[in-house]
Design a protein. Structure first.
Length: 331
């Protein structure tokens, strides 16, 4: 069960290292900003002290980052999908490995669309009238359940809640009962609050859109922002030095220039990057599943999606598609 939800021990190890590396980088930036702000106000009196602190901090953070990155590179090398990722020109396993570790296990994404959505590359329906997410039926209920669960998960570990629990006393039965009651209450409140943030218009005006922060005021994003930012960095690398995916980027760009000639060049670039990343992710999904011996490919997707199935860029054949073929090649 754990394997199904969280991935193999090796994948969890990669995830732990990736997130640690991310934390160190974040910490370094935050500390740098804090020091800069302090120096701006008190540079005259503390200039030398602050400069020494900055140098020391950079050296230490740099060492820590390099150590974690070295462990991470080794850990990524042991992932089955790395055999394919290593061949993809333009990105090192240092970028794609963490993506795989954090997204794992691949078995939990039944379709390419589910994989896209988890990285913020799916499509959401929004209402133009109220500028909110529009969800109905089962999807709406599932979204609200997830929201309330996540918000409770955050609240139950807060100082505020822990202080409330402490005030209940030492009787374990009473503590358990208190927590249970608080959970029911908290979730009911959050459910109501979240519901108000979804479109409930009588006559909604709908439009399909890429997930965009402005539609999520206060809602917990339905995708993992870490994965989305990794995808964005991967896109940058492909545009700079990718071969296969860079070529597709150029093709998409040309297509958008022809189909939307009035669109500013920046938007066209964004759209082309987005299409390129989606293509890469669909290949990663397929090759990763193959590496794990899971069903993938056109016939499998047709079965899974039934009527919803349509030909899309999933079926641009991945480069190095034979990476995991066991049969030796005929001479
Ligand atoms: Zn609406």
């Amino acid at each position: 069960m754990e394997r199904e939800l969280k991935g193999s021990a090796q994948e969890q190890y990669v995830r732990m290292l990736s997130k640690s590396l991310d934390s160190v980088q974040r910490m370094r930036i935050q500390m740098g900003n804090r020091i800069k702000a302090f120096k701006k106000n008190h540079g005259e009196d503390y200039g030398e002290l602050v400069d020494a602190l900055t140098t020391r901090m950079w050296d230490q953070a740099d060492l820590m980052e390099r150590n974690i990155a070295a462990d991470l590179a080794k850990a990524v090398a042991a992932l089955p999908v790395t055999k394919w990722l290593e061949q993809v020109k333009g990105i090192g396993a240092r970028l794609s490995g963490p993506l795989a570790g954090v997204a794992a296990p691949i078995g939990k994404y039944r379709t390419v669309s589910a994989f896209w959505s988890s990285m913020g590359y799916g499509v959401v329906t929004v209402c133009v009238e109220c500028v909110n997410l529009h969800l109905v039926g089962k999807e709406r209920r599932r979204f609200l359940d997830r929201q309330t669960q996540r918000r409770w998960d955050i609240y139950k570990t807060s100082d505020n809640f822990e202080a409330r629990v402490e005030r209940v006393g030492d009787d374990p039965d009473r503590v358990v009962a208190f927590i249970r009651e608080a959970m029911v209450e908290h979730r009911a409140e959050e459910y109501e609050k979240s519901e108000k943030q979804l479109c409930s218009c009588e006559a909604p005006v709908l439009k399909k859109s890429a997930p965009n922060l402005k539609y999520y005021g206060g809602l917990i994003l339905p995708y993992d922002p870490y994965l989305k930012s990794m995808c964005w960095r991967i896109a940058g690398q492909f545009v700079r030095q990718g071969e296969f995916y860079r070529e597709w980027y150029d093709r998409y760009k040309e297509r958008y220039q022809l189909s939307c000639p009035d669109l500013p060049i920046g938007h066209i670039d964004n759209r082309a990057r987005r299409a390129m990343v989606k293509l890469f992710l669909s290949h990663l999904w397929e090759m990763w599943r193959k590496a794990e011996g899971l069903p993938a490919g056109r016939t499998y997707l047709q079965e899974q999606l039934g009527e919803k199935y349509s030909e899309n860029h999933t079926f641009i054949e991945p480069p190095y598609a034979d990476t995991f073929d066991k049969k030796p090649k005929q001479p």
